[in-house]
Design a protein around this ligand. Structure first.
Ligand code: C2E
Ligand code: MG
Ligand code: MG
Ligand code: MG
Length: 283
């Protein structure tokens, strides 16, 4: 009874595929005008020291509200922007907006924090990326040390050595490089020798199972020790429970990010978080 005829199944999948393709087209068309129509904004998520919970940084996360389709997750539109070449303009806007926001927070007297910005592998292939970054740092009067650029492998590296040279130039400027999603399958061990990064971000998939077994915990401990040997700072991603936090603290991991510490929120709400934080953690 439950068995569908071959033809019905075929029609079902065809209809589903058509709907998917129609949405992809709709999203891609909208992407072209998203910035000029002011449909994009950044949310900020705190990064906290595991030892005392102090906010040490913020990661800027891109948000897009399509006029008809509503909120579209970056996992859907960032890869599209990468293949269409629009990531260059969008990425530049993200950096400009995040650094401008950091300047306003500094001017408002909020305690200094490091701003982490996600960078696409496509942006790394732009030969003038270091100049772009330098120009924006200067325009917003931000010390390079306060900017961290997070690298994930979402597209194939055409020329990993060229990317490594660009990363070396960014390092030489004094800003910090982070390897994002470490252990997720894309970003892996080869990146550790290719890029001299100051920060290693441990992927959520490893953090979510840390309480399951001794073995899962040992994997994270080994990564933290490896990072320390390489002189890198560690950040655990996607920390949702006090149990995960406690287990992470035992591994010696430096900082954490996740819903337990704070969700990504708009700039005004993040400011409230920072002000509350100032009151509860003096000094
Ligand atoms: P990511 O850089 O690894 O960012 C972390 C993601 O985990 C974010 O998803 C964040 O909202 C989510 N997250 C944070 N804490 C938790 C938690 O406790 N539990 C769970 N389940 N999730 C948590 P989001 O904002 O959807 O971003 C997804 C990815 O899109 C990012 O992963 C990043 O690779 C990319 N992305 C976001 N903004 C930008 C951008 O401005 N430029 C580029 N090139 N990529 C971006
Ligand atoms: Mg990131
Ligand atoms: Mg990540
Ligand atoms: Mg990611």
């Amino acid at each position: 009874r439950a068995k569908m005829s071959g033809r019905a199944t075929f029609c079902f999948y065809t209809a589903q595929l058509q709907a998917q393709m129609a949405r992809a087209l709709h999203v891609e068309n909208g992407l072209r005008r998203a910035l000029e129509r002011d449909e994009m904004l950044l949310h900020y998520q705190p990064q906290c020291a595991l030892a005392d919970g102090r906010i040490v940084g913020a990661e800027a996360l891109l948000r897009w509200r399509h006029p008809e389709l509503g909120w579209i997750p970056p996992s859907e539109f960032v890869p599209m922007a990468e293949t269409s070449g629009q990531i260059a303009g969008i990425g530049r806007w993200v950096l400009d907006t995040a650094l401008g926001q950091l300047r306003r927070w500094i001017d408002a007297g909020l305690p200094p924090l490091r701003m982490s910005v996600n960078l696409s592998a496509v942006q790394l292939r732009q030969p003038d990326l270091p100049e772009q970054v330098a120009e924006l740092l200067q325009r917003h009067r931000i010390e390079p040390a306060w900017l961290e650029l997070e690298l994930t492998e979402t597209v194939a590296w055409d020329d990993p050595l060229e990317s490594a040279r660009t990363v070396a130039r960014l390092n030489a400027m004094g800003l910090r490089i982070a390897i994002d999603d470490f252990g997720a399958g894309y970003t892996s061990f080869s990146h550790l020798s290719l890029f001299r990064a100051g920060t290693l971000k441990i992927d959520r998939s490893l953090v979510s199972v840390i309480e399951n077994s001794e073995g899962d915990c040992s994997v994270v401990t080994a990564i933290v020790n490896l990072a320390r040997t390489l002189g890198m700072h560690t950040v655990a991603e996607g920390v949702e429970t006090p149990g995960q936090r406690a287990a992470l603290a035992r591994t010696g991991c430096d900082s954490a990010q996740g819903w337990l510490f704070g969700r990504p929120v708009a700039a005004a709400d993040f400011e409230t978080v920072l002000l509350q934080h100032l009151e509860t953690t003096p000094g």
